[in-house]
Design a protein around this ligand. Structure first.
Ligand code: CUK
Ligand code: CUA
Ligand code: CA
Length: 640
């Protein structure tokens, strides 16, 4: 690994030697860096004035027993297919929210209710059991989170899940038509035309992989494959419209005024082979004019693809040459960018260069000027394109004008000042835009600061998702955990506060003030149409071979001590937890029947199964609830 350089000018001279990284060099660098484990642990932390950070001696990270965190963090789980909830700044994992993949604790993928959210095949089995969650974002009101919803994507099966933040559960999943590699998501922050709608009503979804449209036509000819950008209704979770584009989508961002959505494109070449995707020196950041797209849909200027009914408007270069009617604008940015982020001052979008050591700053007002025919060259919307280090990926903000970008290849976070970068780009070579650099461990991907992409960015904490942990934790065999590092950004210098091992592999996350959500800790019986509202309503109700078993739980007993079925019955078992106090959850497992789920206070769940094995089956409570938890059982008797 090359030496860390201290001054911006030294740094620039090092990266200047390799302005752009070609394929071979990139492969070499990655291997070289990954093999380096002889680095002394945490030199930056040792050298930094940690006490100057102003969070007490332990910087607020090591909470005393019983102390609560001041922020929530929502993390994607990656190929565990879930969303994780962390308390910040401690980094303690408080909860996992199953979305796309079955979960044995909750009974996600086991209960009828969760299967209805996840989607089933005609035989009742789950349509999908794998997923890959990357990006998580929450709903906005007036430029800040409003605590209603969060969303998360499944890249493998192009699905978008919604999380209700009152109960921290997934309540809807939508599969996007006509696309593959659904990657970036971002909710809008308000409506582009109606000022009364100052909250999120749309979620934008970028698709990374181009495919034939429809996907069974023209399979061989890769040059005809296309990508689409998708808008999903935040409330109904139905797909509102799609935009046919040139190139691909990667990450997604939205403007604070609701007028624009953006996606970075690394494959404007529309290559189908790895090498082809890196052949051009520049790719693009693509902007979508939301109001115009919705007008076009309203005016019927769309087509549909295959069996999908979703309106698809034309966002290609060819169809959008006149700025005054264009639905899209392609701003040229350097080679294979990754990440696009909207600054909390509401003025800029920042694209990280990935294969270029640069960050590109695009001014929102200028892009809007272009759409109005007032900016002659769209490229003039770029107000800075400055070198920041090797392998820049994602950017976060402190609300004080500074951006923090991860440098994957340098294993660093670089703090840089956006206005200074703009001055430097305009010709003032004395403008020092790089403020600080900090080594992280190792190869960081996503980064986010507390409240970063809101108007309430508070510049306190920065979390960095390091893709490699190498030597930072006790070895546990070949699979290493990843390392989520926490950095104090309240001072001029970044201070590394803590390492947290995480199971692979989180990508994106957000961190927000704890008082922005108001979770409920007990359900209401009326939330569930099937609720068994009184223990007296329990029993076995037979209608031919169809049998309904109604049970309630109240610590430490189930309402039925036993229930009888006949072999071959199609059984629907409904369980309501009548315990109404906080934290009193019961479980229900049926041996040999592959059934286990929990019911939280006043929650109702159901399972349906065929009683195909005769015998005695002790259904027992799987969640420790009472001194007599072990006695909390009921006998299921299946007569031959
Ligand atoms: S991508 Cu993972 S590090 Cu899916 Cu957001 Cu950039
Ligand atoms: Cu109920 Cu354990
Ligand atoms: Ca490219």
């Amino acid at each position: 690994m090359r030496q860390k350089t201290d001054t911006p000018s030294e740094q620039l001279s090092v990266i200047g030697r390799r302005k752009f990284i070609n394929t071979a060099a990139l492969a070499g660098l990655t291997v070289g860096v990954a093999a380096c484990t002889d680095k002394p642990a945490g030199p930056a932390a040792a050298a930094s004035p940690a006490s100057a950070a102003g969070h007490g001696s332990s910087n607020g990270v090591h909470l005393k027993p019983g102390e609560l965190d001041t922020y929530y963090g929502l993390w994607s789980g990656g190929h565990t297919g879930d969303m994780r909830v962390l308390g910040m700044p401690s980094g303690r994992e408080i909860h996992r929210i199953p979305c796309f993949v079955p979960d044995a604790l909750v009974g996600w993928g086991v209960t009828n209710e969760s299967k209805a959210v996840m989607g089933t095949k005609p035989d009742g089995s789950l349509r999908y059991t794998v997923a890959d969650t990357h990006h998580t974002h929450a709903s906005y009101k007036d430029g800040n989170y409003d605590g209603r919803y969060a969303w998360i994507n499944d890249k493998i099966n192009s699905r978008l899940a919604r999380i209700r933040l009152d109960y921290f559960i997934c309540d809807k999943i939508t599969q996007l038509p006509n696309v593959q590699g659904f990657h970036g998501i971002f909710p809008d922050k308000r409506d582009p035309v109606d000022p009364a709608i100052n909250y999120t009503t749309r979620v934008f979804c970028g698709a990374e992989f181009a495919v034939p449209l429809p996907n069974n036509a023209g399979i061989e000819d890769g040059s005809k494959y296309r990508s689409l950008f998708t808008c999903v209704d935040a409330e109904t979770m139905e797909v509102r419209w799609q935009v046919l584009i040139d190139g691909n989508c990667d990450l997604t961002a939205t403007s604070f005024d609701g007028k624009l959505a953006a996606t970075n494109q690394y494959n404007v070449e529309m290559g189908v082979k790895y090498e082809d995707m890196m052949s051009a020196e520049r790719d693009a950041c693509l902007f979508f004019n939301i109001a115009r797209i919705e007008e076009a849909v309203k005016a019927g200027k769309f087509k549909t693809i295959g069996s999908s009914k979703v309106p698809v408007v034309d966002g290609t270069h060819e169809g959008n040459k006149d700025p005054k009617t264009a639905l899209t604008a392609y701003v040229s940015v350097p080679k294979n960018p990754h990440g696009v982020n909207a600054s909390p001052d509401q003025k800029y979008f920042i694209c990280a260069g990935k294969l270029s050591p640069t960050a590109t700053v695009i001014e929102l007002a200028k892009v809007l000027d272009w759409f109005d025919g007032k900016l002659e060259k769209l490229d003039n919307a770029i107000v800075a394109e400055v070198e920041i280090g090797l392998g820049p990926l994602h950017t976060a903000f402190d609300g004080r004008g500074n951006a923090y970008t991860t440098l994957f290849l340098d294993s660093q976070v670089v703090k840089w000042n956006v206005e200074a970068a703009i001055k430097f780009h305009a010709g003032d070579k004395t403008a020092k835009y790089v403020v600080d650099r900090l080594d992280v461990h190792y190869q960081p991907g996503h980064i986010n600061a507390s409240q970063s992409e809101t108007i309430a960015a508070d510049g306190k904490y920065l979390a960095v998702g390091c893709k490699f942990s190498k030597d930072r934790f006790l070895p546990v065999g070949p699979l290493h955990p990843e390392n989520e590092q926490l950095i104090d950004i309240s001072g001029d210098k970044m201070v590394l506060l803590a390492d947290h091992p995480v199971r692979g592999e989180p990508h994106d996350f957000i961190i927000f003030k704890r008082d922005l959500v108001k979770p409920k800790q007990v359900y209401s019986l009326d939330d569930f149409p099937l609720a068994v509202k009184d223990a007296k309503d329990s029993g076995v109700f037979r209608n031919g071979k169809k049998v309904t078993v109604k049970i309630t739980s109240q610590a430490p007993a189930f309402s039925l001590r036993e229930f009888k079925l006949r072999k071959g019955d199609e059984v629907t078992l409904i369980l309501t937890n009548l315990d109404k106090i906080e934290d009193l959850t019961h479980g229900f497992a049926i041996p040999n029947y592959n059934v286990n789920f929990i019911v939280n206070p006043l929650e109702t769940k159901s399972v349906t199964f065929i009683a195909d094995q005769p015998g005695v089956f002790w259904c027992y409570c799987t969640h420790f609830c009472h001194a007599l938890h072990l006695e909390m059982r009921t006998r299921m008797i299946v007569e031959a």
